[in-house]
Design a protein around this ligand. Structure first.
Ligand code: FMN
Ligand code: ATP
Length: 308
């Protein structure tokens, strides 16, 4: 899969494709249906299938502090798009210039001049352009004028309700990992590199691997029963994701994982942490002793649930 960052990196060889546009945060089952339609059309046309995404996502640009949590970081999203058979991703920086483009300008500059789109696949509620003025009827009309076809994929629902990134955020906040797996078509996980922490965990009997979350506001907060696959073996463990109010922190969310019956060096490794069950919310403890006792109880609870 090829990643093209910004319109200015498009070359004449990139012209001619089937495309779709959106945030694709989480690459959930609704997104996967669009991607499978995209693949069908790209095969029919004998052209690459291209996904246009935004980084930052529009709401992160408009209101960075009030933006919803991210289900997938860019890197995770790209991996999932590749696994869904996408040939090319055009990643556009959502900035003032982009937000001011009218629907006509977006179609002309991105779809026609940039990508030479021959087929556009969208969801039935898709809207774009300055003030979201471009809709399906507008796209069809543009397609007739510029020689590309447009198809609106049917809504994909689960338990009678549309699947969306927003719904997934709520389901994860509720700790419903069974429903989350149904909406995602896989268990919810966070992948990141293990970095150095404050080395305090081992002194309180809880050595943890600290996984870099970068700037992203995670969709989960609290203590969870988790698993991690390491060198082909599924390791069971417990994780905390939060700001660690009991120890002087940097105000950012951290993900830390303790793996049961494991002692090894994980620094620098890229781990995928799969979340199975919420054990409790994160709390502020007045002493390290109280924190240590709570963590010990979390270990015991998670071990019991894992049958260890
Ligand atoms: C299972 C588990 C539960 C935790 N619960 C809390 C908590 O409720 N409140 C809190 O401030 N920190 C909590 N922590 C985070 C600890 O403060 C953290 O592991 C400790 O500061 C060590 O950090 P370090 O790995 O950077 O050295 C928890 C950690 C684990 C592994
Ligand atoms: N459940 C679904 N069924 C069909 N199409 C969908 C579904 N969910 C999203 N799409 C389509 O996938 C594309 C990308 O969607 P996008 O990520 O922008 O929205 P979303 O998943 O609905 O998230 P949000 O909750 O943030 O609106 C759009 O064309 C959208 O219409």
């Amino acid at each position: 899969m090829e990643l093209v960052r910004g319109l200015h990196n498009l070359r004449p060889r990139h012209r001619g494709c089937a495309a779709t546009i959106g945030n694709f945060d989480g690459v959930h089952v609704g997104h996967q249906a669009i991607l499978s339609r995209l693949r069908a059309h790209s095969e029919r046309l004998g052209l690459p299938g291209c996904v246009v995404i935004f980084e930052p996502q529009p709401r992160e640009f408009f209101a960075p502090d009030a933006a919803p949590p991210r289900l997938t970081r860019l890197r995770e999203k790209l991996t999932l798009l590749q696994q869904n058979g996408v040939d090319r991703v055009l990643c556009l920086a959502f900035n003032r210039r982009l937000r001011e483009l009218s629907a006509e300008q977006f179609v002309q500059q991105v779809l026609i001049d940039g990508l030479g789109v021959r087929h556009l696949e969208v969801g039935d509620d898709f809207r774009f352009g300055c003030d979201r003025s471009g809709d399906f009827a507008f796209l069809q009309q543009s397609g007739r004028a510029h020689g590309f076809t447009v198809e609106a994929a049917n809504t994909v629902a689960e338990s009678g309700e549309r699947i969306s990134s927003s719904r997934l955020r709520q389901v994860l906040a509720d700790g419903d990992f069974i429903l989350a797996s149904l909406l995602l078509g896989r268990p919810f996980s966070i992948t990141g590199r293990v970095v150095y922490g404050q080395q305090l965990g081992r002194t309180i009997g809880a050595p943890t691997a600290n996984i870099q979350l970068k700037r992203v506001n995670p969709p989960l907060h609290g203590v969870y029963r988790v698993s991690v696959e390491l060198d082909g073996v599924v390791r069971k463990g417990v994780a905390n994701i939060g700001k660690r109010p009991s120890v002087s922190g940097d105000g950012k969310a951290h993900l830390e994982v303790h793996l049961f019956d494991f002692s090894g060096d994980l620094y620098g490794r890229r781990l995928t942490v799969v979340f199975h069950q919420k054990l409790r919310d994160e709390k502020r403890f007045d002493s390290l002793d109280a924190l240590q006792a709570a963590i010990k109880a979390d270990f015991a609870a998670a071990r019991a649930q894992w049958g260890l």
